[in-house]
Each structure stands twice: as structure tokens, then as C-alpha cells.
Write a protein that binds this ligand. Structure first.
Ligand code: NAP
Length: 244
């Protein structure tokens, strides 16, 4: 049975990914940082599907915690076939009011976290001669979002990282791809408020806000054998908000 390690899986898109992979028969390592009861309840739900699940507490921005989580997952499952770098934070703030610590935290979680997790799994994937990594960017990383300059810059970095790592690891049999969602109905967008969400919905050609389950389908596709000749690419489940 194949194993996926999903960061930030306690809620939102990560949780939907965990449930979809579980439904498809994958063992799932469920990372969370603070939402312990949600992560444990998700693991019970996955085990109810007949797959193995392991809750891994840790902050992806901390290299030591990431290495510890990767070792625990490798020990429990015998290896990691797929890494989904989903853990992320967002913040809406005027550029002129951004602090250095806002900037650093944004990059520590969204970019350095992905770097740490890839470094932790790459040696075992290289040794296995196979593996797949899916990184969560955002459409704002493709086109830029006002009042989210640090978030947009971090998510653009995720795309650059994905493309470069795909070139480096291709000959080792490892694919690296990126999912760049549009506006998705999760707690991440709770701070935006109903009026902003309605305006974003109106700007979306398909006329609706996306669901975590719709993003999970894109992640599963890039993770698995159905996309075996695809690497270094960005797939954008965004309802048509950003095209091209
Ligand atoms: P969410 O509902 O806010 O969930 C974020 C998840 O990340 C939680 O499980 C949280 O864990 C975890 N997390 C946060 N900081 C962490 C850290 N330092 N270490 C480990 N885990 C951490 O977010 P979401 O909407 O599902 O977003 C998931 C990903 O998709 C993010 O990378 C986000 O940028 C991207 N995305 C989202 C949207 C959207 O509209 N929602 C659009 C485009 C891209 P705890 O709860 O345990 O702290």
C-alpha cells in the first residue's frame, strides 16, 4: 500500500486530500501544528476506511521537527511515496504596513516549510528510484494579489522551486508538480468576510467558490500514476479566475 505525507492536513484542503487519498487506499501521514483533536479525529476516520493513518505534530518551518516527522512516517510505513506540501498561512495587509516579521513568517511556513519537507523525503525517494511531490501554490502566486504581497511572493516562490526541483530530480524518477488553487471555501478565507467572498465569486467565470474536495482531486491526479509523464507543471483549479 502506498503512503502519502500531507502537511497541514488537520483542516481545509489538506484534510480533503487526506480523505481522498484514504478513499483510494493510501496510508496517510497527517501533519498538523496546533489542531490536535481535528488531526486525531481525521486519523480515526481514515482508519475506519481500512488504511493506516499517523498523526504527526510539528511546525514545518522547523527543520528538526520536520526531520523527526519524516523519520516517524518512514518507520511506521516503511517509506513515503508522495509528499503533499500543503501547510500554509495567509495574511491580508497593506504593503506599507507589512512588518519584517510578517514577511519572515510568511516565507518560513510557505516556502521554507516546503524546502525542509522536500529535503527530508528526497533521499528516501532517490534511494527508492521513485516518488512524487505536490506543492500548494495559489493563483495569487501566478498573477499577484493586492494586500497580499508577501503571500503572493511566497506562492510565486513555490512555483519557481517546483520547476527547478522537477528538473533536478527527474532522472531519479521523482516528479515534482504544483497545484495553484483559486478561491476555496476554507478557514483561511474566513477573515475576508462575506462581501469580499461574494465579490470574488462574481469574478470567477464558473460563478462559484471552489471546495477543498475539488482541489484534492487535482492533488491526487498529480500525485499518482495517471500523471506519470507530467513534472514541473502548475495545475490551477480556479474556476477560470486566472487563465493562461
Ligand atoms: P487552512 O484551512 O488555513 O489550513 C491550514 C493548515 O495548515 C492547517 O492544517 C494548519 O494546521 C496547517 N499549518 C499552518 N501552519 C503550519 C505550520 N507552520 N506547520 C504545520 N502545519 C501548519 O488553509 P487551506 O485553505 O486549507 O490552505 C491549504 C493550502 O492551500 C495553503 O498552502 C494555502 O496557501 C493554499 N491555498 C489556499 C487557498 C484558499 O482559498 N483556501 C487558495 C490557494 C491556495 P493547524 O490547524 O494544526 O495549525
Amino acid at each position: 500500500m502506498a503512503t502519502v505525507w500531507i502537511t497541514g492536513a488537520s483542516r481545509g484542503i489538506g484534510r480533503a486530500c487526506a480523505l481522498l487519498f484514504g478513499q483510494k487506499g493510501w496510508n496517510v501521514a497527517v501533519n498538523y501544528r496546533t489542531s490536535e483533536s481535528a488531526a486525531l479525529s481525521l486519523c480515526r476516520e481514515l482508519e475506519g476506511m481500512g488504511v493506516k493513518a499517523l498523526a504527526l505534530q510539528g511546525d514545518v518551518s522547523d527543520a528538526v521537527q520536520v526531520r523527526r516527522m519524516a523519520s516517524r512516517a518512514e518507520y511506521a510505513f516503511g517509506g513515503i511515496d508522495v509528499l503533499v506540501n500543503n501547510a500554509g498561512i495567509a495574511q491580508q495587509k497593506l504593503f506599507t504596513q507589512l512588518t519584517e516579521s510578517d514577511w519572515d513568517r510568511m516565507f518560513d511556513v510557505n516556502v521554507k516549510g516546503m524546502f525542509h519537507c522536500c529535503q527530508a523525503v528526497a533521499p528516501m525517494m532517490i534511494a527508492a528510484g521513485k516518488g512524487s511531490i505536490v506543492n500548494l501554490s495559489s493563483m495569487w502566486g501566478q498573477v499577484g494579489g493586492a494586500c497580499e504581497v508577501h503571500y503572493s511572493a511566497a506562492k510565486a516562490a513555490v512555483i519557481g522551486f517546483t520547476r527547478a526541483l522537477a528538473k533536478e530530480l527527474g532522472l531519479s524518477g521523482i516528479r515534482v508538480n504544483c497545484v495553484a488553487p483559486g478561491v476555496i471555501d476554507t478557514e483561511m478565507n474566513a477573515a475576508l468576510g462575506p462581501e469580499t467572498m461574494e465579490s470574488l465569486r462574481e469574478q470567477t467565470p464558473l460563478g462559484c467558490i471552489g471546495t477543498p474536495e475539488q482541489v484534492a482531486q487535482a492533488v491526487l491526479f498529480l500525485a499518482g500514476e495517471d500523471s506519470s509523464f507530467i513534472t514541473g507543471q502548475v495545475l490551477s483549479p480556479n474556476g477560470g479566475f486566472v487563465i493562461g
